[in-house]
Design a protein around this ligand. Structure first.
Ligand SMILES: [Zn+2]
Length: 116
């Protein structure tokens, strides 16, 4: 008598780290595509948000630097524009963090990889 086993793949995120993702891979890798499940639903949804967080974080650092220079130069027009841009980037970052935190909270009850 043979037992048919369904292959269950574990999410690859953090697989080489001390804290690998514990969820079952159900989605293709958001970076490399393909049809094979490579990451869990959380990381498939979460990863593009982290890219946005990185991009806006870097942009915010640049705006801060330009803002310092504009203040040194006492350029009030540029200071006003950069302050508005900084507020916009901060608001977007707050939103992305809120969404990723919400995704993580919602995913705490998904099925974990067998044996974890
Ligand atoms: Zn995962």
């Amino acid at each position: 008598m043979t037992e048919q086993m369904t292959e269950v793949k574990r999410c690859r995120m953090g697989s080489k780290s001390a804290a690998p993702c514990q969820f079952v891979a159900t989605e293709p890798d958001p970076h490399y595509g393909g049809d094979e499940p490579a990451v869990c639903a959380l990381h498939a949804a979460d990863e593009p948000l982290h890219e946005e967080i990185n991009e806006y974080g870097l942009a915010l650092e640049k705006v801060e630097r330009y803002l310092k220079k504009a203040r040194r130069d006492e350029n009030t027009v540029l200071i006003g524009d950069l302050e508005r841009l900084r507020a916009d980037y901060r608001e977007r970052l707050d939103f992305f963090y809120e969404v990723t935190n919400g995704l993580r909270a919602a995913n705490r009850k998904v099925t974990v990889y067998p044996g974890v």
